[in-house]
Design a protein around this ligand. Structure first.
Ligand SMILES: Cc1ncc(COP(=O)(O)O)c(C=O)c1O
Length: 483
């Protein structure tokens, strides 16, 4: 048996290359990473693809012997990365961009190498303390009390789901109550909220969509009336979900007006600030986000407004006990982890047990850069969006959506008097943008009409990128005019 063990050890030790092997791999990965970042300004924001070509990856061979690092990196750089949207590009204006700061990627690398377990305090107290430090920093930013809590999630959808569960449990809703339970949202509420209700087992609950004003903001007088009416009908108004920056229009519900309505009717007030929350760092943002501190829970995504690579959201709650109640557990193999640390461990207040040590990817950029460049970048995005909106509004035949409250600009080309002819020409314009690839815009439908959306949020989006967007737009409109 000993001989067998020694023979197996020899092979299994291949999993941990010696220093020279590690350095060689790190050097190759580093060279590729730096080349990737250096080339970004010249790279397309979108690369059209054939699914037959991309799906060849499904036949990628995983062998017993393993492959050469150069060969593997070339598959990654030539087949995996290029097709589709270049999310690292400053000319990505689609959906909600982020960025992918290098300092955060290095944080991920350190977290992975040290593999500290940020789930329970007794295992890696430093890791749990750092996660808690990030939550406390966020609590302070949003005016949440010291007694509040929260956790770093994989993203906004996961954090919104946990918020729904917290709201459900805090109002002591049971299965028999779900069909009477009413949640107040708008047409602009992110679809992950609806999905979270389904995942939480509450698909029967009533979704009351409150009408919006011309800026796509919840009309709070109608919210109040709807709650009164639902009570009279014998329903159970339970939860208000406000958007602090809706995905489609970048709209900001009037949080300071919603808070007293929630209090008056004793409803849980949740704010989905996944996109808009970090504008709180700016003067304009903190002025227009007033009322956010009055919420019972809020979601904010560092992988959006802090420009971090994908994989980090955050949930804050006023009363963390409701999270610990929802995620309570008993397991004999965990008894030794129950220590009196004075802080919650993420495993006690969130669905994950073994988890990625996410705090490092947020902490490292904050520590190394300081807050000022984040504030500047966010203020820059607000101004770029305003400038883009003004230039588009001044362009003949371009119809713009409302002046951006944050950094999403909606517009469409209207060369014809007829809506459906205009829809058709905008669809052609969209196709030309995709074929060209220098600039990526996503599209949506507002009041049945096709609209382009330019969401300015990538850390790498600057003046020249917005100018290029306008240049490409004019070029493509000219080419369609020429037919
Ligand atoms: C307002 C809003 N809420 C929630 C989400 C979902 O977040 P995630 O994609 O991180 O799961 C998004 C994503 O764009 C969003 O914009």
């Amino acid at each position: 048996m000993k001989e067998k063990i020694i023979e197996l050890e020899e092979l299994s030790r291949k999993l941990e290359p010696a220093r020279a092997g590690r350095e060689a791999l790190q050097q190759k990965a580093n060279m590729y990473s730096n080349h990737f970042i250096d080339k970004l300004p010249d790279e397309p924001a979108y690369t059209a693809y054939e699914k037959e070509t991309v799906n060849r990856l499904l036949d990628d061979q995983i062998t017993d012997e393993g492959a050469d690092a150069d060969e593997v990196l070339s598959i990654f750089s030539e087949q995996v990365v290029p097709p589709g949207l270049n999310l690292s590009s400053g000319r990505h204006f689609g959906y909600i961009p982020g960025g992918g700061l290098t300092t955060s990627a290095v944080g991920d690398y350190l977290a992975a190498i040290t593999n500290r377990y940020a789930g329970v305090y007794s295992s890696s107290p430093g890791a749990v303390a750092l996660e808690t430090r990030m939550i406390n920093w966020l609590k302070n930013l949003f005016g949440y009390p010291e007694s509040g809590g929260g956790y770093l999630s994989s993203g906004g959808s996961h954090a919104n789901l946990t918020a729904i569960v917290a709201a459900r449990d805090s109002k002591k809703l049971k299965g028999a109550d779900y069909s009477r339970a009413v949640v107040y949202i708008t047409e602009q509420t992110h679809h992950c909220v609806d999905r979270a209700l389904n995942i939480a087992g509450m698909s029967e609950c009533v979704r009351r969509k409150i009408p919006m004003d011309h800026q796509f903001r919840m009309r709070t007088n109608l919210l109040d009336t709807a709650i009164e009416e639902d009570k009279e009908k014998g329903l159970f108004p339970w939860l208000i979900v406000a958007s602090a920056g809706s995905t489609d229009a970048g709209a900001l519900d009037p949080l300071d007006e919603i808070a007293p309505i929630a209090r008056k009717h004793n409803l849980w007030f949740h704010v989905d600030a996944a996109y808009g929350g970090f504008f709180m760092l700016t003067q304009k943002g903190s002025n227009i986000l007033t009322g956010i501190s009055e919420s019972d829970s809020l979601v904010v995504d560092p992988h959006k407004g802090m420009f971090l690579p994908y994989g980090i959201g955050a949930l804050l709650v006023k009363g963390p006990n409701v999270l610990s109640w929802a995620h309570r557990f008993e397991a004999s193999y965990m008894n030794d982890t129950k220590v009196d640390s004075g802080i919650y461990s993420p495993a006690e207040i969130s669905p994950e047990l073994s988890k990625h040590f996410r705090a490092v990817r947020m902490w490292l950029p904050l520590k190394l850069h300081g807050v000022a460049p984040f504030r500047a970048a966010l203020e820059e995005k607000l101004l770029l969006a305003e400038m883009l909106w003004e230039k588009l509004s001044d362009t003949k035949q371009i119809v713009t959506g409302p002046k951006p409250q944050l950094s999403v600009v909606m517009f469409r080309w209207e060369p014809f008097g007829d809506d459906s002819a205009n829809d058709e020409v905008n669809k052609k314009l969209h196709k030309l943008f995709l074929e060209d690839g220098r600039v990526f815009l996503s599209v949506t439908t507002i009041d049945g009409r096709f609209y382009f959306r330019a969401a300015v949020l990538s850390a790498r989006t600057h003046l020249a990128d917005v100018d290029l967007l306008l240049k490409v737009l004019h070029e493509k409109m000219d080419s369609l005019r020429e037919g």
